[in-house]
Design a binder for this molecule. Structure first.
Ligand SMILES: Cc1cc2nc3c(=O)[nH]c(=O)nc-3n(C[C@H](O)[C@H](O)[C@H](O)COP(=O)(O)O)c2cc1C
Length: 207
């Protein structure tokens, strides 16, 4: 399995590719959601450069009093989002909802509200669980949160139920799930390319 926080796909020069920042809502070492993101890296087309982000645990709790001088970890997180053309978030489900530290990260990313780094950013939500839901409830909640923040949230998602049986001994996703995950990646890449074009056009009109 490739190291976390690393580029996990592709052979094209990164200048021509869409950079997709991959965030797992799980901090667990053997997380199924991390494995799902690793699998996405293997399945991505050469148009996409998937980068795993592993700094979730170091983000401090959100505090409005810290907003004028955000901690370094928060600034780095916002910069990582800003530098990406799109986000791919894999979330577990904790007590029928989004894991607290993932929600905390998004609260930091959402400020300042009007100009936050997620505004207009294409985001796809996926998730895995050992049970039969594939974290569907948490995914739905996460889409609600991201929509409120102003991200461009892709409709639909990808649920991986019974995750314990869905990876082979090399960590690869079993074939039955590969095509649906590839479709999510293709839609996300397209949305990021269109978003880039719209920004470039807006810039051209402004100058
Ligand atoms: C605090 C806590 C709450 C959980 N609540 C749910 C839940 O509501 N629904 C569910 O399907 N699984 C729940 N689980 C089980 C997780 O789906 C399981 O631990 C999963 O492996 C976590 O994802 P990960 O493998 O990426 O770490 C919960 C686990 C924990 C630790």
């Amino acid at each position: 399995m490739p190291a976390r926080n690393s580029e996990v796909s592709g052979a094209m020069p990164s200048m021509t590719r869409v950079r997709i920042l991959c965030i797992s809502g799980s901090l667990r070492r053997d997380s199924y959601n991390w494995r799902l993101l690793q699998a996405a890296g293997e399945l991505a087309s050469v148009e996409a450069e998937l980068v795993l982000w592993e700094q979730l645990k170091v983000l401090p709790p959100f505090d409005e009093d810290d907003e004028p001088t955000p901690p370094a970890a928060v600034r780095a997180f916002r910069e990582a989002i800003d530098a990406a053309g799109a986000l791919l978030i894999a979330t577990p489900e904790y007590n029928a909802s989004v894991p607290g530290q993932l929600k905390n990260a998004l609260d930091w990313a959402s400020r300042p509200y009007e100009t936050n780094v997620l505004r207009g950013k294409p985001v796809a939500v996926i998730g895995a669980s050992p049970g039969r839901s594939g974290a569907a409830g948490a995914q739905a909640e996460l889409r609600t949160v991201l929509t409120r923040i102003g991200a461009q949230v892709l409709k639909g998602g990808f649920t991986l139920p019974h995750a314990v049986d869905q990876f082979d001994q090399h960590g690869s996703l079993v074939p039955a799930h590969q095509a649906p995950l590839r479709q999510v990646l293709a839609r996300l890449t397209r949305a990021a390319q269109q978003h880039d074009q719209s920004l470039a056009q807006a810039l051209a009109i402004a100058v």
